[in-house]
Design a protein around this ligand. Structure first.
Ligand SMILES: Nc1ncnc2c1ncn2[C@@H]1O[C@H](COP(=O)(O)OP(=O)(O)OP(=O)(O)O)[C@@H](O)[C@H]1O
Ligand code: SF4
Ligand SMILES: [Mg+2]
Length: 322
């Protein structure tokens, strides 16, 4: 395998609330190889968006990156100055945030919203050139030139989401993170937008982290899957491996609960409640719900270990402790 474009190591992000520290992301590590599509799945509140925001250094108080590394082509994003980070955003790594299409500025024309981001990087570019770039970008996301002068309320959901995609790829980043980019759209439009994202990713030679709940969509779109539970990764591997032979008991329950690969299985989680991120259970965070729990599980937290090439599992049933 080629050198990863992104290496995340022991990422920890806590939200400091009155009740204590919410450990939203607590020791997440993974690699993203060039041109690979990685899906990040997990129940609501498992920390997926927090991972995305942390990688862009967009965590806001009371949230804080407590530790870890995010090496983008070997450079630790967490060590960059604000100014350096501003340049990296959009140009090297970009995010389509959760709910992006509803966060477009309602009183700003589409073209100005696209130009806004680019201007941060290419202040020198003359207006005419910026406008030409806007048309090219609209073209690449399969929107007509007339969209440039429209306001968000004049566009359908799918069109708005395409505008968000255009913004995210405007500086041709090598890593694109898409946080539930299609969850608000109906199935047909969903597929079309995903196809556009996929086509652009291939054209740019970029890697994608797709965050979502829809396992059917994941099965179709991504190469690798990372399963998140209570702020930690339970399992990482190829989509094929995870769907056909899930190793982590949590993943096993999840996959077992899906109607089938061809159907639109939506990740709803499994029966019971995930733990409070304010007071996580000792040992393995999944132990109170695990059907295969052992004595060691409530005492010692399992590490995410590579059990076969490219296959990572955090569970005492596997790995060195076994
Ligand atoms: N600003 C905040 N203050 C306190 N807690 C927060 C804040 N933002 C997020 N959290 C908590 O952090 C945890 C992770 O949230 P996050 O949004 O990353 O989850 P998610 O996996 O993206 O969920 P979803 O699938 O619903 O989008 C949740 O328990 C959430 O309540
Ligand atoms: S470490 Fe133990 S409790 Fe956790 S998933 Fe594995 S078997 Fe279950
Ligand atoms: Mg989220």
């Amino acid at each position: 395998m080629s050198e990863p474009v992104l290496q995340v190591r022991d990422l920890r992000v806590y939200y400091h609330t009155d009740e204590g520290a919410v450990k939203a992301v607590d020791g997440v590590s993974f690699d993203l190889e060039p041109r690979v599509r990685l899906g990040l799945v997990g129940e609501s509140g498992s920390g997926k968006s927090t991972v995305a925001l942390a990688l862009l250094r967009m965590i806001k108080p009371p949230g804080r990156i407590e530790g870890g590394q995010a090496l983008l082509n070997g450079r630790d994003l967490f060590k960059l100055s604000e100014e350096e980070m501003r340049k990296v955003r959009l140009r090297e790594i970009s995010l389509i945030p959760q709910g992006a299409m509803n966060s477009l500025n309602p009183v700003m024309r589409v073209k100005d919203q696209i130009i806004d981001g680019m201007k941060d990087h290419d202040e020198e570019l003359p207006a005419a050139e910026l406008e030409e770039r806007v048309y090219e970008l609209l073209d690449s996301v399969e929107l007509g030139r007339d969209v440039a002068d429209k306001y968000p309320h004049e566009l359908s959901g799918g069109m708005k989401q395409r505008v968000c995609v255009a913004i995210a790829i405007s500086m041709r980043p090598k890593v694109i993170i898409a946080d539930e980019p299609t969850s608000a759209l109906d199935v047909v439009i969903q597929r079309q937008v995903m196809e556009t994202i996929g086509r652009l990713q291939e054209a740019l030679g970029s890697s994608v982290i797709l965050i979502g709940h829809d396992m059917g969509l994941m099965a179709q779109f991504v190469d690798r899957l990372a399963v998140m539970y209570a702020g930690k990764l339970a399992e990482v591997g190829t989509v094929q491996d995870i769907f056909t032979e899930p190793l982590h008991p949590y993943t096993q329950l999840l996959i077992g609960s899906l109607p089938g690969l061809e159907t639109k299985g939506v990740f709803k989680g499994i029966p019971g409640l995930p733990p409070s991120l304010l007071s996580l259970p000792p040992g393995c965070v999944f132990h109170p719900r695990c059907p295969q729990v052992m004595d060691i599980c409530s005492e010692q937290a399992p590490n995410l270990e590579e059990v076969s090439p490219g296959r990572w599992v955090a569970c005492h049933l596997y790995g060195k402790e076994r």
